[in-house]
Design a protein around this ligand. Structure first.
Ligand SMILES: Nc1ncnc2c1ncn2[C@@H]1O[C@H](COP(=O)(O)OP(=O)(O)O)[C@@H](O)[C@H]1O
Ligand SMILES: [Mg+2]
Length: 236
């Protein structure tokens, strides 16, 4: 049996506001295996973004453990966590967070430059990816000139260019119309198959969720795996 790339063990997260404890995650357990594609669904406000941020070490759990390749992230220093975020995780957010002062090409290669990679090699990789998603002609445009779908495709290329073992996508098609959402997701799948990354997608779109290997529902602070045959029962 292949080892999990990431494990969450009894992960809890509370926020404190106005002297009150708001318990968002109450004991989340999850094993993610190499190369698998997982969807996390659940109503707005249940803590899906919180959970994804904890997996990507953008946030810390109040209690519980997060292991990456068997190593606990909890007690690592900022330098270790920065390296983990930079080298092991590709983030795709609902808002693409592209830099509007930079061209498409510059946006795509920026994480690689920050990681100290060779510019020429990054540009070559970017060329392949931009061509495969039909964005090569837009390489010198700034993102403000692109459509929503094109921007999200650029964000996907940026997340995938360094072939991170783990890709975390938070409602990557949340701002797109259904047709653009479908195209973006198909392209995302196509690219992430090539990189053999483990993928976690938070989504409201059941067509997307059904394409994944496993589907989890976050509800009342707990994560439960849904069998695809159960989806109707749960109202999806
Ligand atoms: N930094 C924070 N401080 C206080 N409450 C927060 C903070 N971040 C998120 N929350 C609250 O935690 C809950 C879960 O948020 P979130 O993870 O964004 O949910 P989802 O992504 O499922 O919509 C929400 O009620 C939200 O208001
Ligand atoms: Mg969210």
């Amino acid at each position: 049996m292949n080892k999990p790339i990431m494990e969450l063990i009894e992960v809890k997260k509370s926020y404190f506001s106005g002297g009150k404890e708001l318990k968002i995650l109450k004991g989340v357990n999850l094993e993610l295996f190499e190369g698998e594609k997982v969807a996390i669904i659940g109503p707005s406000g249940v803590g899906k973004t919180t959970l994804l941020n904890i997996m990507g070490a953008l946030d810390k759990p109040t209690e519980g453990k997060v292991l990456f390749r068997g190593k606990a992230l909890n007690w690592q220093d900022e330098e270790f966590l920065n390296r983990f975020r930079r080298e092991c995780v590709g983030f795709i957010f609902q808002l693409h967070y592209l830099i509007f002062e930079l061209s498409v090409m510059e946006n795509v290669i920026l994480p690689g430059l920050i990681a100290g990679k060779n510019r020429r090699e990054l540009e070559k990789k970017a060329e392949t990816l931009l061509k495969s998603l039909g964005l090569w002609d837009r390489r010198d445009s700034t993102p403000d000139l692109l459509s929503g779908g094109e921007r999200q495709r650029v964000a996907i290329i940026r997340a995938l260019i360094l072939k991170p073992p783990l890709i975390l996508a938070d409602e990557p098609t949340g701002n797109l119309d259904p047709q653009a959402a479908k195209e973006v997701i198909d392209e995302f799948f196509y690219l992430s198959k090539e990189t053999k990354s483990t993928v976690v997608v938070v989504t409201h779109n059941m067509d997307i969720a059904k394409k994944m290997d496993r589907i989890f529902l976050l509800k009342n602070g707990f994560l439960v795996e849904l069998q695809k045959t159960q989806l109707k029962q749960e109202g999806f």
